[in-house]
Design a protein around this ligand. Sequence first.
Ligand code: FAD
Length: 458
Amino acid sequence: MPAAPGRPEADVIVVGAGLAGLVAARQLVAARRSVLVLEARDRVGGRTANASIGAGKVTEMGGQWVGPTQDRVLALASELGVETFPTHHEGRNLLELRGRLRRYKGTIPRLAPHVLLDIDRARRKVRRAARRVPPDAPWTAPKANELDSQTLATWIRKAARTKKARSLLEIATGTVMGTGTAELSALWMLSYVNSAGSFDALIDVEGGAQQDRFVGGSQLISQRLAAELGDDLAVSAPVRRIAQDGGGLEVEADGIQARAQRVIVTAPPPLAARISFTPSLGGRRDQLTQRMAHGALTKCAAVYPEPFWRDQGLSGQAVSDGGPVATTFDNSPPDGTPGVLLGFIAGAEAIRHARRSEADRRRVVLECFQRLFGEQAAKPGIYLETAWAEEEWSRGGPVCSFAPGALVHCGEALRQPAGRIHWAGAETATVWCGYMEGAVRSGERAAEEVLDAEGWRL
Ligand SMILES: Cc1cc2nc3c(=O)[nH]c(=O)nc-3n(C[C@H](O)[C@H](O)[C@H](O)COP(=O)(O)OP(=O)(O)OC[C@H]3O[C@@H](n4cnc5c(N)ncnc54)[C@H](O)[C@@H]3O)c2cc1C
């Protein structure tokens, strides 16, 4: 197999050119180490992806929002000259529950008082329970075994008494995790919530994870990082095999064979498991990757000449149990033209949706938009859809989660290096796990780990 063009050897090989990999590489270069980043796709950015909506403008089909306390990704963007702008959320939100459409202001819809009380009680329970689960070691939490042995659905059934409150919590979790509450460990979800600070931080626009967006789209950050790396990055180079011996590592990607002293793998755990490792990584790491599954999130974008819903006093945000679209947002560019309506389809609905023909997929999504926002939503100029579960090099999104019963036994292997192999990626983060912020922090942490392990400090 031919050597990597011009660089058959590097101090560190980084697998994956999403935010985690590009940040790790940047930090190592800053410490004057040689790096080679190998990316499977023909583009950088991983789970962030810009899509053109004409006139040089973009909308995002992957990760996009940032919010308060996401300091590392915000600092990085600012260094790279990528600015932020507030998410449009003025106006009334919509809630469609069991066929009834209501308008409301803020995060909590106007519902019967006993339902509102129930939602409030459930939120307080989540807050209290999450605070007791340390995201760097969830298995040390009080009652860790008990929490890990139940699904989030079971936990929610105890935390909320009314069907409406449960439905809302399930819709919120679906969009946040891309998966049904019956598939998740309650311990993992509580750890996830705590890593973000609170459940409200996960779901809110103002003051929460959806507060701001990046001008030019979130993928621009990765594109700028990649430009800094130049020839130290190869795309269309899926890594197939990593072999380590006493003297270092040999990494085989399509068309490239290279050696390094250390490797940082940033592919999400189920994807990392598809690489062949010699010697084997051992049972615990292997069991972990067999029990961490990606969510299934599909993002749909309809582009209209103007964001017509704003004239009707609507924010563009909706929550619905009518299916298949569970939540919507106004995703128009900073100047508000064209108007972009964004819809999320999550979990089982996303898997079902992917089996429809292209024409049917467009039709059912636009029917949802029409039900919520009226006739004008029926005929967008452009319709875009990305089903992350269908993406070969993600196989799901937005984040991988633990099935019940595995976190307490295998969780430690998520970050623990395997010899000279280090792990990064949003799932390995202990602050804003699963988010761009977490990805950036994980890349920084893995680079530090490598520098420490080799005594490569400047
Ligand atoms: C639909 C959606 C919406 C989201 N919304 C938000 C949001 O609003 N805000 C937010 O902060 N986060 C959001 N996220 C999550 C966020 O995008 C991710 O947490 C983050 O981008 C992950 O970065 P990463 O570098 O850890 O992983 P990735 O971006 O997945 O990067 C891993 C890279 O490894 C590559 N790879 C895989 N296998 C191999 C291999 N064998 N060889 C070489 N390369 C390989 C992949 O192609 C990929 O480029 C969203 C994600 C999705 C999918």
